[in-house]
Design a binder for this molecule. Structure first.
Ligand SMILES: [Zn+2]
Length: 333
């Protein structure tokens, strides 16, 4: 039996697979004059041809009137079900990714990213989006990539033994997607599993929903911070699990998904920052958090130092869909 989701259809210079959607943020950037917001999901390759034609058109004649259709930016996901954990290490780009938000520091983070003129990727929890829909929208409007991190951050290391784990994950993905689309008008194409879980069965569920899976090359901001002598401690998340397992990156071989900076008694902020800076390399996918109950302002300081260091090293922070080595999931720009 042919799985329609995996059929690749080619129309002119464009290639697409099922699960097409229109990226409102992309539309707004591409055609700011019209600012058309549009979202379509679940279309099959047969319909792709129609939208591909619209991609090149700025006006079409409909019922005697010229209507602007410039906002039709097609999103196809030829990487659905694939797993990525790093970009191309030979190109001077890296990606900043923020998980579990929107949350307490999201708006400050947006200001900081804007100050340095860079775009990042936000793996949002559906439950956080429901709490802060206006913050989620602000992320999308600022041109950052909105991604799915499931609805409620269940522990799939524990759920792994459940017979209905696929159903649970499927529902978590869809619920988060629904909240994200409601708040931002964007249908994400990247999924990051809670805790970086990458059991083999996940790919099929991700593919069914049109998602590529992305882990990270380095992250440690959840580790306990040891205050310098005489200073108040900054609470650190204790809910994060141990380091996720090594990623099985289909594009670049095994790698990624590492967590560092961990030691029994925690680390100082300086050491944590130094470890992030040490992992700032071409193709890196760095993980920090802008959501979660215990996220603190230290993440803002770490991000700023990373951006300054990136500038010194000649590295550019880009969205995951612009990171070389992650197969392009966006064909409309
Ligand atoms: Zn998370």
């Amino acid at each position: 039996m042919i799985k329609i989701q995996n059929i690749t259809a080619t129309f002119g210079a464009c290639k697409g697979v099922g699960n097409l959607s229109l990226d409102a943020a992309a539309c707004e950037r591409r055609y700011p004059v019209f600012g058309i917001r549009y979202s379509v999901t679940g279309y099959r390759p047969l319909v792709t041809a129609v939208y591909r034609l619209l991609l090149t058109g700025y006006w079409i004649l409909v019922t005697g009137y010229w209507l602007p259709v410039a906002g039709y930016c097609l999103e196809a996901n030829p990487s659905a079900g694939k797993f990525y954990a790093r970009g191309d290490a030979k190109k001077p780009f890296f990606a900043l990714t923020f998980d579990d938000g929107p949350g307490r520091i999201t708006m400050d983070l947006l200001k900081l990213l804007d100050k340095y003129g860079v775009k990042a990727s936000f793996f949002m929890l559906g439950s956080s989006v429901k709490t802060y829909p206006e913050r989620a929208l602000a992320v999308a409007k600022a041109g950052h990539l909105v991604c799915n991190h499931t609805y409620s951050h269940k522990n799939y290391f524990k759920l792994d033994k459940f017979p209905d784990k696929e159903k649970i994950l499927d529902s978590e993905i869809v619920k988060a997607q629904t909240e994200i689309e409601k708040a931002c008008g964007v249908r994400p194409v990247f999924l990051r599993m809670p805790n970086g879980y990458n059991g083999g069965w996940v790919s099929a569920v991700a593919a069914k929903n049109g998602y590529a899976l992305v882990n990270w090359t380095y992250g440690s901001d959840w580790n306990k911070i040891t205050p310098p002598p005489g200073q108040a401690a900054e609470a650190a998340s204790s809910t994060k699990p141990a380091a996720p397992p090594p990623a099985s990156n289909q594009e670049f071989g095994a790698g990624g998904g590492t967590a560092g900076g961990r030691s029994g008694g925690g680390v100082t902020e300086e050491k944590m920052t130094a470890e992030y800076l040490g992992n700032l390399k071409p193709g890196a996918i760095l993980l920090l958090h802008d959501g979660g109950g215990k996220v603190k302002e230290k993440n803002l300081r770490i991000v700023e130092k990373l951006l300054i260091e990136a500038r010194n090293k000649g590295l550019k922070a880009v969205r995951l869909d612009e990171l070389p080595g992650i197969r392009q999931v966006t064909s409309g720009r």
